[in-house]
Design a protein around this ligand. Structure first.
Ligand code: SAM
Length: 294
């Protein structure tokens, strides 16, 4: 590809204009909606508030819209990409960036423990953003900050509080590991190709008491409850109702007629603890060595 150091077709003086003719066609299956506005790219990276020396990992660098800015950061920069064609291109274009060819849905996020203070950033592929965030927030154990672009609707769910219409399994799960914040909305016209919906930036900071020990039971609990979110707690948990659950309700003043969406992330964690401990037996995590970060 050719980078022309000029005012550029987008009219942003000083920003490199990118000749897109030599690029591969965007792959819909990989959610490839590339950022094409350097101002938005700069605003996104600035929102991560990197300090000199901080390691940073970009998820899905694509054609390098954010990578180009991150490459100027004074600290280790890594990128994880599933598309092999883009991996080859990113490696050649940004030799100082450590590129991992891997699938973010199947990645050994526990390995980020080796990079204390890591920040994660990404304009995530919209088709898999929710399951990817589910894994990242619960399995990255020593990160400093995460900043992701997702569909606006997903951003609202990720940051929803109990009692709101958008609060669901994803909100309750994420809220048990991180503090989430809706940062800003991004319109469709800054992407190529343009998505049909608005996007938004969300930021996550670690909770001091993440639910690592309760993750398996919590995952089972939020999934079973929110599959039937219109039903009452007593009805959904009929087959699992026990004295322990009855006591939990009494101690917390929770009526069995409550609906799941009224229970806070913390309440759901403590409910998960008293439900049958066999529920959601911890899954074993595979971490093949070739998935390691540079
Ligand atoms: N960061 C670039 C930008 O903002 O222009 C590209 C963002 S694009 C929305 C999403 C990127 O994630 C693409 O590069 C795509 O190939 C990559 N991707 C898609 N699925 C992935 C997965 N499961 N694991 C890792 N990367 C993935």
């Amino acid at each position: 590809m050719t980078v022309v150091p000029s005012a550029g077709s987008n009219g942003n003086a000083g920003c490199p204009a990118v000749d897109r003719s030599s690029f591969f066609a965007p792959k819909r299956s990989l959610g490839q909606n590339f950022l094409s506005d350097p101002n938005i790219c700069r605003r996104i990276v600035a929102s991560l508030e990197l300090a000199p020396g901080d390691p940073v990992l970009e998820i899905g660098p694509g054609r390098g819209a954010l990578t180009r800015i991150l490459a100027g950061h004074d600290g280790p920069v890594m990128a994880l990409e599933k598309d092999s064609e883009l991996v080859t291109w990113i490696k050649a274009e940004f030799p100082a960036v450590g590129v991992v060819h891997a699938d973010g849905l199947d990645f050994c996020w526990e390995g980020t423990r080796r990079l204390p203070g890591l920040s994660l950033i990404g304009n995530l592929p919209y088709n898999v953003a929710s399951p990817m965030i589910w894994e990242m927030v619960s399995r990255c154990r020593s990160f400093r900050s995460m900043l992701f672009m997702v569909q606006k609707e997903v951003a609202l769910r990720l940051t929803a509080k109990e009692g709101s219409r958008t609060y669901g399994a994803l909100s309750a799960w994420v809220g048990n590991f991180v503090r989430g914040e809706y940062v800003f909305t991004v319109p469709p016209h800054v992407f190529r190709p343009q998505p049909k919906v608005d996007s938004a930036i969300v930021r996550f900071l670690p909770r001091p008491d993440p639910a690592w020990e309760d993750a398996a039971a919590l995952s089972w609990t939020v999934k079973i409850l929110f599959q039937q979110r219109r039903k009452q707690l007593g009805t959904i948990l009929k087959a699992h109702w026990s004295e322990a659950v009855e006591t939990w309700c009494g101690e917390r003043g929770v009526d069995r007629r409550v609906r799941p969406e009224e229970l806070s992330p913390d309440a759901l964690r403590s409910l998960a603890r008293v439900l049958d401990p066999k529920n959601g037996a911890a899954k074993s995590v595979k971490c093949p060595s070739e998935q390691g970060l540079p």
